[in-house]
Design a protein around this ligand. Structure first.
Ligand code: MN
Length: 245
Protein backbone atom coordinates (compact mmCIF):
# COMPACT_ATOMS: atom_id res chain seq x y z
CA UNK A 1 0.00 0.00 0.00
CA UNK A 2 1.27 3.45 -0.89
CA UNK A 3 2.14 5.63 2.06
CA UNK A 4 -0.16 8.60 2.01
CA UNK A 5 -0.93 11.32 4.46
CA UNK A 6 -4.61 12.00 4.89
CA UNK A 7 -6.50 14.56 6.97
CA UNK A 8 -8.20 13.03 10.01
CA UNK A 9 -11.94 13.70 10.10
CA UNK A 10 -13.76 13.29 13.43
CA UNK A 11 -17.08 11.51 12.89
CA UNK A 12 -19.85 11.71 15.52
CA UNK A 13 -21.05 8.19 16.42
CA UNK A 14 -24.60 6.94 15.99
CA UNK A 15 -26.35 5.67 19.11
CA UNK A 16 -28.64 2.67 19.53
CA UNK A 17 -30.13 2.76 23.03
CA UNK A 18 -32.01 -0.52 22.55
CA UNK A 19 -28.82 -2.45 21.96
CA UNK A 20 -26.76 -0.27 24.26
CA UNK A 21 -24.34 0.32 21.40
CA UNK A 22 -22.66 3.01 19.36
CA UNK A 23 -22.51 2.32 15.65
CA UNK A 24 -21.79 3.81 12.26
CA UNK A 25 -23.47 3.74 8.87
CA UNK A 26 -20.66 2.73 6.49
CA UNK A 27 -21.38 5.43 3.88
CA UNK A 28 -20.14 8.23 6.12
CA UNK A 29 -16.77 6.55 6.45
CA UNK A 30 -16.53 5.23 2.88
CA UNK A 31 -17.58 8.58 1.43
CA UNK A 32 -14.78 10.32 3.36
CA UNK A 33 -12.27 7.60 2.49
CA UNK A 34 -13.10 7.74 -1.19
CA UNK A 35 -12.67 11.53 -1.07
CA UNK A 36 -9.16 11.17 0.40
CA UNK A 37 -9.92 11.64 4.10
CA UNK A 38 -9.13 9.42 7.09
CA UNK A 39 -12.34 9.14 9.13
CA UNK A 40 -12.13 8.60 12.87
CA UNK A 41 -15.30 7.64 14.76
CA UNK A 42 -15.54 9.42 18.10
CA UNK A 43 -16.65 7.86 21.38
CA UNK A 44 -19.95 9.04 22.83
CA UNK A 45 -18.73 11.08 25.75
CA UNK A 46 -19.07 14.49 27.32
CA UNK A 47 -15.56 14.31 28.76
CA UNK A 48 -14.02 17.37 27.15
CA UNK A 49 -10.49 16.14 27.87
CA UNK A 50 -11.21 13.11 25.70
CA UNK A 51 -13.07 15.04 22.99
CA UNK A 52 -10.51 17.84 22.96
CA UNK A 53 -7.56 15.46 22.74
CA UNK A 54 -9.08 13.83 19.67
CA UNK A 55 -10.33 17.01 18.01
CA UNK A 56 -6.86 18.60 18.43
CA UNK A 57 -5.57 15.96 16.03
CA UNK A 58 -8.37 16.32 13.51
CA UNK A 59 -8.75 18.58 10.50
CA UNK A 60 -12.51 18.31 10.10
CA UNK A 61 -15.73 17.41 11.93
CA UNK A 62 -18.60 15.41 10.43
CA UNK A 63 -21.96 15.77 12.18
CA UNK A 64 -23.88 12.63 11.26
CA UNK A 65 -27.58 11.81 11.11
CA UNK A 66 -29.60 10.20 13.89
CA UNK A 67 -31.83 11.24 16.77
CA UNK A 68 -34.13 14.23 16.71
CA UNK A 69 -32.49 17.23 18.35
CA UNK A 70 -33.97 17.99 21.78
CA UNK A 71 -36.51 20.82 21.18
CA UNK A 72 -35.35 22.32 24.50
CA UNK A 73 -32.27 23.44 22.54
CA UNK A 74 -34.48 25.85 20.62
CA UNK A 75 -36.83 26.68 23.46
CA UNK A 76 -39.76 24.42 22.57
CA UNK A 77 -41.65 21.59 24.27
CA UNK A 78 -41.52 18.32 22.37
CA UNK A 79 -44.72 17.50 20.47
CA UNK A 80 -45.83 13.83 20.51
CA UNK A 81 -44.50 13.18 16.99
CA UNK A 82 -41.03 14.38 17.94
CA UNK A 83 -38.59 11.50 18.39
CA UNK A 84 -36.85 10.81 21.69
CA UNK A 85 -33.69 12.90 21.93
CA UNK A 86 -30.14 11.81 22.71
CA UNK A 87 -29.14 14.67 24.97
CA UNK A 88 -25.63 13.36 25.40
CA UNK A 89 -25.12 13.65 21.64
CA UNK A 90 -26.70 17.13 21.58
CA UNK A 91 -24.30 18.37 24.26
CA UNK A 92 -21.27 16.60 22.86
CA UNK A 93 -21.88 17.96 19.37
CA UNK A 94 -22.53 21.45 20.69
CA UNK A 95 -19.17 21.41 22.45
CA UNK A 96 -17.37 20.03 19.39
CA UNK A 97 -19.04 22.56 17.12
CA UNK A 98 -18.01 25.48 19.33
CA UNK A 99 -14.39 24.27 19.36
CA UNK A 100 -14.47 23.71 15.59
CA UNK A 101 -15.84 27.20 14.92
CA UNK A 102 -13.20 28.76 17.19
CA UNK A 103 -10.46 27.32 15.01
CA UNK A 104 -12.29 27.57 11.69
CA UNK A 105 -12.13 23.78 11.39
CA UNK A 106 -14.18 22.50 8.42
CA UNK A 107 -17.57 21.10 9.48
CA UNK A 108 -20.01 19.07 7.39
CA UNK A 109 -23.46 18.39 8.82
CA UNK A 110 -25.69 15.75 7.26
CA UNK A 111 -29.45 15.47 8.00
CA UNK A 112 -29.52 15.74 11.81
CA UNK A 113 -26.19 17.54 11.27
CA UNK A 114 -27.79 20.57 9.57
CA UNK A 115 -30.57 20.50 12.19
CA UNK A 116 -28.09 20.42 15.09
CA UNK A 117 -26.11 23.21 13.43
CA UNK A 118 -29.21 25.36 13.06
CA UNK A 119 -30.52 24.67 16.58
CA UNK A 120 -27.13 25.20 18.21
CA UNK A 121 -26.67 28.53 16.45
CA UNK A 122 -30.06 29.84 17.57
CA UNK A 123 -32.53 28.66 14.92
CA UNK A 124 -35.58 26.41 15.30
CA UNK A 125 -36.75 23.18 13.68
CA UNK A 126 -39.98 21.69 12.47
CA UNK A 127 -40.35 18.85 14.96
CA UNK A 128 -42.42 16.77 12.56
CA UNK A 129 -43.00 17.77 8.94
CA UNK A 130 -46.09 15.59 8.24
CA UNK A 131 -48.06 17.17 11.11
CA UNK A 132 -46.55 20.69 11.23
CA UNK A 133 -45.92 21.33 7.55
CA UNK A 134 -47.78 18.83 5.39
CA UNK A 135 -47.01 19.11 1.68
CA UNK A 136 -46.91 17.26 -1.62
CA UNK A 137 -43.22 16.35 -1.45
CA UNK A 138 -42.26 13.09 0.25
CA UNK A 139 -39.22 13.64 2.44
CA UNK A 140 -39.12 10.09 3.83
CA UNK A 141 -38.34 7.83 0.91
CA UNK A 142 -38.41 4.06 0.58
CA UNK A 143 -35.26 2.13 -0.42
CA UNK A 144 -33.09 2.20 -2.44
CA UNK A 145 -31.79 5.24 -0.58
CA UNK A 146 -29.34 6.36 -3.24
CA UNK A 147 -32.28 7.15 -5.53
CA UNK A 148 -33.13 10.87 -5.84
CA UNK A 149 -36.77 11.58 -4.94
CA UNK A 150 -37.15 15.34 -4.99
CA UNK A 151 -35.50 18.42 -6.43
CA UNK A 152 -33.76 21.24 -4.61
CA UNK A 153 -32.80 24.56 -6.13
CA UNK A 154 -29.20 25.51 -5.41
CA UNK A 155 -29.03 29.30 -5.08
CA UNK A 156 -26.98 31.15 -7.68
CA UNK A 157 -23.68 32.31 -6.17
CA UNK A 158 -24.16 30.28 -2.96
CA UNK A 159 -21.42 28.31 -1.24
CA UNK A 160 -22.99 25.02 -2.37
CA UNK A 161 -23.23 26.27 -5.94
CA UNK A 162 -19.43 26.46 -5.87
CA UNK A 163 -19.38 22.70 -5.25
CA UNK A 164 -22.29 21.36 -7.28
CA UNK A 165 -23.26 24.21 -9.59
CA UNK A 166 -26.38 26.35 -9.26
CA UNK A 167 -29.89 25.37 -10.33
CA UNK A 168 -31.84 22.16 -9.92
CA UNK A 169 -30.30 19.24 -8.08
CA UNK A 170 -32.12 15.91 -7.53
CA UNK A 171 -31.54 14.55 -4.04
CA UNK A 172 -32.52 11.62 -1.85
CA UNK A 173 -34.61 12.40 1.22
CA UNK A 174 -34.98 10.72 4.60
CA UNK A 175 -36.01 13.20 7.29
CA UNK A 176 -39.17 14.07 9.22
CA UNK A 177 -37.68 17.25 10.70
CA UNK A 178 -36.20 20.31 8.99
CA UNK A 179 -34.97 23.86 9.55
CA UNK A 180 -37.81 26.24 10.42
CA UNK A 181 -36.39 29.60 11.55
CA UNK A 182 -32.87 29.90 10.17
CA UNK A 183 -30.16 30.66 12.73
CA UNK A 184 -28.29 33.94 12.59
CA UNK A 185 -24.94 33.27 10.95
CA UNK A 186 -26.38 30.70 8.54
CA UNK A 187 -27.20 31.42 4.91
CA UNK A 188 -29.51 29.28 2.76
CA UNK A 189 -27.83 27.40 -0.09
CA UNK A 190 -30.64 25.19 -1.37
CA UNK A 191 -34.42 24.96 -1.02
CA UNK A 192 -36.71 22.03 -1.85
CA UNK A 193 -39.68 22.19 -4.23
CA UNK A 194 -41.95 22.76 -1.23
CA UNK A 195 -39.79 25.50 0.20
CA UNK A 196 -37.77 23.73 2.90
CA UNK A 197 -34.19 24.70 3.63
CA UNK A 198 -32.19 21.72 2.36
CA UNK A 199 -28.69 23.21 2.60
CA UNK A 200 -27.12 26.08 4.53
CA UNK A 201 -23.64 27.35 5.35
CA UNK A 202 -21.87 29.85 7.61
CA UNK A 203 -20.51 32.73 5.55
CA UNK A 204 -18.07 33.70 8.31
CA UNK A 205 -16.23 30.37 8.07
CA UNK A 206 -14.12 28.66 5.42
CA UNK A 207 -16.23 25.49 5.33
CA UNK A 208 -19.27 25.01 7.55
CA UNK A 209 -21.96 23.35 5.44
CA UNK A 210 -25.10 21.46 6.32
CA UNK A 211 -27.20 19.41 3.92
CA UNK A 212 -30.59 17.91 4.67
CA UNK A 213 -30.21 15.05 2.21
CA UNK A 214 -27.92 12.01 2.51
CA UNK A 215 -24.75 12.08 0.39
CA UNK A 216 -23.46 9.15 2.47
CA UNK A 217 -26.19 6.97 0.95
CA UNK A 218 -25.70 8.13 -2.64
CA UNK A 219 -22.00 8.91 -3.19
CA UNK A 220 -21.46 5.60 -5.00
CA UNK A 221 -23.86 6.64 -7.75
CA UNK A 222 -24.24 10.41 -7.41
CA UNK A 223 -21.60 12.85 -8.62
CA UNK A 224 -22.87 15.78 -6.54
CA UNK A 225 -22.70 13.70 -3.35
CA UNK A 226 -19.08 12.92 -4.22
CA UNK A 227 -18.46 16.63 -4.80
CA UNK A 228 -19.69 17.46 -1.29
CA UNK A 229 -17.36 14.91 0.35
CA UNK A 230 -14.47 15.94 -1.93
CA UNK A 231 -14.85 19.63 -1.09
CA UNK A 232 -15.06 18.86 2.63
CA UNK A 233 -11.88 16.76 2.59
CA UNK A 234 -10.14 19.40 0.45
CA UNK A 235 -11.13 22.02 3.04
CA UNK A 236 -9.63 19.78 5.74
CA UNK A 237 -6.42 19.63 3.71
CA UNK A 238 -6.40 23.39 3.33
CA UNK A 239 -6.88 23.72 7.08
CA UNK A 240 -3.86 21.46 7.71
CA UNK A 241 -1.75 23.47 5.26
CA UNK A 242 -2.81 26.75 6.86
CA UNK A 243 -1.64 25.45 10.25
CA UNK A 244 1.66 24.35 8.71
CA UNK A 245 1.53 20.82 10.04
MN1 MN B 1 -35.95 16.40 1.68
Amino acid sequence: MMKEDRPLIAVVPLVDEKRGSFWMAPGYLLGLEQAGGAPLVLPLTEDTAVLGSILDRCAGLLLTGGHDVDPALYGQEAIPACGAPCRERDRMEGWLLDRALERDLPVLGICRGIQLLNAHLGGTLYQDLPSQRPGPVCHVQKPPYDRPVHAVTVEEGSFLAGLTGAGELRVNSYHHQAVDVLAPGLAVDAVSEDGLVEAAHMAAHSFVLGVQWHPELSFQTDQTAQSVFAAFVQAAWNWVQSKGR
